[in-house]
Design a protein around this ligand. Structure first.
Ligand code: SAM
Length: 419
């Protein structure tokens, strides 16, 4: 029949993995790290590698006695040259292997999967044995985010494994910025492509702890929502009653919405992104059946968070609870000092609008910043400002963002109140 309406399969032009096995040997320290379970091998740790490897080839790592150590995904253009998939005994990396990993990851999250919460992380990269690969679920939509093009040749196998292990209606593909910048390795695929089902007609609706949200899974930050802050948002809800709440770096207003449901007297949000703030307004409108949400009209401000905090203080604005959740400030070790200075600055700005006896919630999503360093930067800045801030809680990762190696721990949230 002429003019068939069946859309072409976006994965049709992706060539299968080359089938090559690259033999790799490492410096002693890296060998010990891999044996101990570390999932990363950097180019500088490699003493020998079969030449000519392509992104997505399997690298087989041998120890100095030529015994099998591990097998991983090879990426010749990244300093993170091999991401370890399995170690110990040799094993086939195929559809069965991928299915096993997906099922194990899903089993870990079974308790999260309730009608009240229909979005969560299903696969958290190396921490679930699938390095450089994140999979988030928003109801029947799965969003697969790749942090290395080495996964691209594996996409047809991954898609088949997902269909078997985690039935879904739609699969959207996302690439991190570095992978998206290497189109020659993407075989015509683009960030935001739908590779199973119909493209989402708009933002994808879901529930988190009974609140209605929408995620722009095609263009939004991460895979469309900051799923990792779910438990911290619930903590904020629990202490929000009767308080004036300011949500800084709010994105689509998750913290503010929980605070409103918790009975906040007033909520304000600040973010730099206009589309995120439009979604924030929609989130409030979608949740009017919660009396607390219906009772407040959020004050929504677009702008630079540092400038907005200074301006609010200059105008005499006062809040009882201030949440500050900036983007990753230290992606490299060299940025740690600057990041800690930025946290100190944010603390002093937030204290400029915090009522006496108020609560400051400060989050960090940089694995380079240790929780102790964050806490000390915040508490010392408070002391310099003459405020008696006391740490009341410090949280880490939620159940669906497990931590399996030191660099995997990136999330920390500090709750501090004035005594
Ligand atoms: C980690 S996300 C916040 C997540 C949010 N708290 C939530 O629960 O969904 C960081 C946010 O900071 C915003 N942002 C980044 N730099 C900013 C700046 N200088 N001023 C204001 N917002 C900024 C981004 O648009 C993004 O929405």
């Amino acid at each position: 029949m002429a003019g068939s309406l069946t859309p072409a399969d976006p994965l049709a032009s992706v060539p299968p993995p080359g089938g090559r096995r690259l033999a790799v040997r490492l410096r002693p320290a890296a060998q010990r790290a891999v044996r101990g379970g570390h999932p990363w091998v950097f180019d500088r740790s490699i003493t020998h590698c079969t030449p000519g490897g392509q992104a997505g080839d399997l690298a087989v790592i041998f120890d100095h006695q030529r015994r099998f150590l591990a097998v991983g995904l090879y990426d010749p253009a990244s300093p993170l040259r091999v991401r370890v998939l399995a170690r110990g005994a040799p094993q086939a990396v195929d559809g069965e292997f991928l299915c096993r990993r997906l099922r194990a990851a899903a089993a870990l999250r079974r308790s999260l999967d309730t009608p009240r919460t229909t979005a969560f992380r299903l696969v958290h990269g190396e921490n679930d044995g699938l390095p450089g690969l994140v999979l988030d679920r928003y109801e029947a939509t799965l969003v697969l985010k790749l942090y290395t093009p080495a996964w691209v040749p594996w996409l047809p196998a991954l898609r088949a494994a997902l269909a078997e292990a985690l039935p879904h209606e739609r699969l959207v593909l996302r690439f991190d910025r570095r992978s998206a910048a290497r189109p020659e390795l993407l075989h015509g695929l683009h960030d935001g492509d739908t590779v199973v089902g119909a493209p989402p007609p708009g933002a994808v609706p879901f529930y988190e702890n009974g609140l209605r949200f929408q995620a722009d899974v095609v263009r939004g930050h991460k895979t469309g929502f900051f799923l990792d802050q779910r438990d911290n948002r619930a903590r904020v809800e629990a202490v929000a009653a009767g308080r004036r709440v300011l949500d800084v770096f709010a994105y689509t207003g998750g913290f503010a919405l929980y605070a409103a449901r918790g009975g906040a007297a007033a909520v304000s949000v600040v973010d730099g992104s206009l589309p995120a703030l439009a979604t924030c307004r929609r989130h409030f409108a979608l949740n009017h059946d919660w009396p607390g949400v219906a009772a407040v009209v959020p004050d929504v401000r677009q702008g630079d968070a540092f400038a907005a905090l200074a301006e609010l203080a200059a105008r005499g604005a006062v809040y009882d609870l201030v949440v500050v959740d900036p983007p990753a400030m230290a992606k490299r070790q060299a940025e740690v000092t600057t990041a800690l200075r930025a946290y100190a600055r944010l603390t002093s700005l937030a204290l400029g609008v915090l009522a006496p006896g108020g609560t400051l919630v400060m989050a960090s999503c940089s694995s380079r910043l240790s929780p102790d360093a964050l806490a000390s930067a915040v508490l010392r800045a408070a002391a310099r400002a003459g405020r008696r801030l006391r740490e009341t809680a410090r949280t880490g990762h939620p159940l669906d963002h497990p931590v399996a190696f030191p660099e995997g721990a990136y999330l920390c949230c500090l709750f501090a109140s004035e005594s």
